[in-house]
Design a protein around this ligand. Structure first.
Ligand code: SGN
Ligand code: CA
Length: 530
């Protein structure tokens, strides 16, 4: 063999060896996220509403975070925070309306540049296409539950079937057919479910419409002891849900009873989804939901407000939880695929939601508030060989931390201007290396649907201090240990004067640290008026 050929051979083997070594060392990443999935509806957190055996598997084989939260409890801003590792006021996606500023650098872009194969399937909700992914098939806007449209790099397409199943099919097909075994991959698996208006697939609506669920203790909350914001929000299950769109009454029944939809699109939300169903899907739907409507028609005249709220809560839970049953089943399919294809050991799996959700607490649905159930978000991480199976962390982590965590897990140094903290010390079982004792929150989308006023605040393990501003100027303080359901604002209680003083100072420090300010609050008020 002449010298040149020898040299070429050496270079060739060295090259393929290093690619092999890299793909062995660098973990694959599957980032699973559902839309509006409340931690109360994951049995690893609480099992009084639903069993989610597949998501729970991640808790058994990985780490469950009991104190994970978002920086702004609404879809698109939360997703922008996850992708950029920055607070809302820095990445600029303050609400669901403005398109995402694509000059922001996202963690998938960095992973792609570093040699990861990247893909995204499901709901993004940005008003533009994702950067930094080799392949994507995303739902336009909020997307549809049945027969959904997809945006792809090759143009738009409609796929028959049920969204949660389809998003999983696309994901598994990509792993099966397009994955490059010489590269590590980062896959974003993003469910639309269980977002409003909660349309489950037949196999689960048949089962869940037969169930009765326990009510939260504060379902009949009258908001006494709290400020204006809780009293004026429009997210009451009793008053602000649509009869057709949300409670799934047939429009004829809504009209016959003289009920009005709080939202003009209430009836359309139902009829448009039904119109996307195949004949068989529609037949199954009618078999189950027509009797519910007929039953309600007969009962309604006798029902007082209390009974109506109870009925609407059950209807809500039946559909919402049935959507989650399908998400859990599909998570199981994907985990099985990893097992069967030898991918489990070298893949980090994250399960989370874009925020929490009210499941009747305070009489509410929806999110937006810094109050507990929407502020907290589920977070489970499995990483064989690194994360101790069955471990738990009670530290105050946020969706702000995901980008840095995943970049560091891939062996990369995150950019300096990302604002979170890598969760690696926690994942590795070294909580002594973690020193955060407070997190910052800021919500903007007001005035808008659900009328949750603009607010920012600081949350520690013990307290939550909130400032509502714009058309009011009110402060609230909650004692998280003594009052976990946040029923009493103790801001004006003299016993808490020192706590208020100390937290206000800390809040000012956090605003400074994260580069938020009154000027920015004002800028985003002006921008929003345009
Ligand atoms: C829709 C929903 C709202 C929800 C927003 C934002 N109404 O407008 O209830 O708060 O989306 O949700 S609906 O009747 O159209 O379903 S988010 O998850 O995208 O932030
Ligand atoms: Ca959401």
């Amino acid at each position: 063999m002449n010298l040149r050929i020898q040299l070429l051979l050496i270079l060739f083997f060295a090259g393929s060896l290093s690619v092999y070594a890299q793909s062995q060392q660098r973990p694959n990443i599957i980032f699973m996220m559902a839309d509006d999935h409340a931690y109360q509806a994951i049995s690893a957190y609480q099992d009084h509403l639903i069993e989610t055996p597949n998501i729970d598997r991640l808790a058994r084989e990985g780490m469950l975070f009991t104190n994970a939260s978002v920086t702004n409890s609404i879809c698109a801003p939360s997703r922008a925070t996850i992708l950029t590792g920055k607070h809302t006021h820095i990445h600029g996606k303050i609400d669901n309306r403005f398109p995402f500023d694509t000059t922001n650098v996202t963690f998938p872009q960095i992973l792609q540049e570093a040699g990861y194969q990247t893909a995204m399937f499901g709901k993004l909700h940005f008003g533009n296409n994702p950067k930094g992914v080799d392949e994507f098939m995303i739902l336009p806007g909020q997307g549809h539950y049945y027969g959904p449209d997809f945006i792809t790099p090759r143009g738009d397409t409609i796929i028959k079937g049920y969204t949660t199943d389809i998003i999983t099919d696309l994901t598994i097909d990509w792993l099966d057919g397009q994955r490059d075994p010489d590269k590590p991959f980062m896959l974003m698996y993003l469910h639309k479910a269980p977002h409003r208006e909660w349309f489950p697939p037949e196999r689960y609506f048949r089962e869940y419409t037969q169930k009765t669920f326990p009510e939260p203790a504060n379902l009949f909350d009258d908001y006494e002891g709290r400020g204006t914001a809780a009293k004026t929000a429009e997210m009451s299950i009793l008053k602000d849900m649509n009869w057709a769109g949300d409670s799934k009454l047939y429009p004829e029944v809504v009209d016959c009873l003289g009920l009005t939809e709080p939202m003009v699109w209430g009836k359309r939300a139902l009829t448009e989804t039904l119109a996307r169903m195949t004949e068989a899907e529609r037949k199954a739907w009618d078999e189950v939901y027509a009797p519910i409507s007929i039953n309600f028609l007969a009962r309604y005249p006798e029902m007082d407000e209390r009974e109506l709220l109870k009925w609407r809560y059950q209807r809500y839970m039946q559909d919402y939880l049935a959507c989650i049953a399908a998400v859990d089943e599909n998570v199981g399919r994907l985990l099985d695929y990893l097992d069967e294809n030898g991918l489990t050991e070298n893949t980090i799996v994250v399960y989370t939601s874009d925020q929490g959700f009210y499941l009747g607490e305070h009489g509410w649905f929806d999110k937006r508030f810094i109050y507990e159930e929407s502020f907290r978000t589920p977070l489970l991480v499995r990483w064989p060989g690194v994360v101790e199976p069955g471990s738990r962390s009670t530290e105050m982590v946020q969706n702000l931390d995901f980008a840095q965590t995943l970049l560091e897990a891939a062996g990369l140094t995150p950019p300096d201007d990302m604002q979170g903290e890598s969760l690696l010390p926690l994942l590795k079982g070294e909580p002594e290396k973690w020193d955060r004792d407070a997190v910052y929150y800021h919500y903007y989308e007001y005035p808008a649907i659900h009328m949750v006023k603009r607010h920012y605040g600081i949350v520690t393990k013990d307290y939550k201090l909130v400032h509502f501003y714009y058309d009011i100027d009110e402060w609230e303080l909650y004692d998280r240990k003594k009052d976990p359901h946040e029923m009493t604002n103790v801001y004006n209680d003299p016993a808490y004067a020192d706590v208020v003083k100390e937290l206000k100072e800390k809040l000012a420090e956090l605003r400074k640290k994260y580069k938020d300010s009154e000027e920015l609050d004002q800028k985003y008020i002006e921008l929003y008026k345009e």
